[in-house]
Design a protein around this ligand. Structure first.
Ligand code: PEP
Length: 243
């Protein structure tokens, strides 16, 4: 079970200190991996503080290139040196800034180069869902990644299905809707020998809906945005997985 916190553009040093102090005071289920994706300025500190409480730090985004004239960007090597072990790739908030499926695939190649695990996000917008095209759209996003040759594909650590209409809106996919998409993703991954890859759901996950989502057979974890900023709520979501 993989339980991941995406802080997005939230948090400062004081927040980070309080967060990990809070984490240390709480009980965390065993047999789970807890990931935290802080803003880049806090990555090094989060990697250090996370080690003490069994949380693994990751970068929210990476550039495909190793270095170069890419003002404001960070390479996989740079975030790895800062302590990242994972990288979020293709979050919808990044795709909305212009990242394409091919960019996401190139980022996974970069993650592999730097020894990072990639957590690739996929998900459809409301219009696509209403047109009945959600599954084809999401599988299309995945196809660009699955087309990579083996060394890059080995860095694929998990997929997060995050319907855009459910991110930060308070509107969660029903457990049945999420399960149906996860089943489709699982079948596609099984077809290429990756059926064991963890499939996370993301989109307004909260302590009160986590149990129903995590009890679905093909939901292996969650990627949590807003609710992950409250360590008590994030811990409650992690514990819901064991109920
Ligand atoms: C996210 O940022 O990946 C996310 C799912 O956000 P939220 O939980 O706030 O919907």
């Amino acid at each position: 079970m993989l339980i991941a916190a995406n802080w997005k553009m939230h948090g400062d040093r004081a927040f980070l200190t309080a967060y990990f102090e809070g984490a240390a005071a709480l009980c965390w289920p065993e047999a789970q991996t807890h990931l935290v994706f802080p803003p880049a300025t806090l990555l090094e500190r989060a990697a250090e503080a996370g080690t003490a409480v069994g949380m693994v730090a990751g970068a929210q985004a990476i550039h495909p290139a190793r270095d170069g004239a890419h003002t404001g960007c960070l390479s996989a090597e740079q975030v790895a040196e800062a302590g990242a072990r994972w990288a979020l790739l293709g979050h919808s908030e990044r795709r909305a800034q212009g990242e394409t499926d091919l960019d996401v695939a190139a980022q996974l190649e970069a993650a592999a180069r730097a020894g990072l695990r990639g957590l690739v996000c996929v998900g459809e917008g409301l219009a696509v869902r209403e047109e009945g095209e959600a599954e084809a759209y999401v599988l299309g996003q995945l196809a660009a990644v699955l087309a990579l040759p083996a060394p890059a594909l080995d860095a694929l650590g998990a997929i997060a299905y995050e319907p855009i209409w459910a991110i930060g809106t308070g509107r969660t996919a029903t457990p049945e809707l999420a399960q149906a998409m996860h089943r489709a993703l699982r079948e596609r991954l099984e077809a290429v020998g990756l059926g064991g890859l963890p499939l996370l759901y993301g989109g307004s996950v909260k302590p009160d809906n986590a149990k129903a989502l995590l009890s679905q057979p093909d939901i292996d974890g969650v990627l949590v945005g807003g609710a992950s900023l409250d360590i008590t709520a994030f811990n409650a979501i992690a514990r819901a997985a064991n109920e």
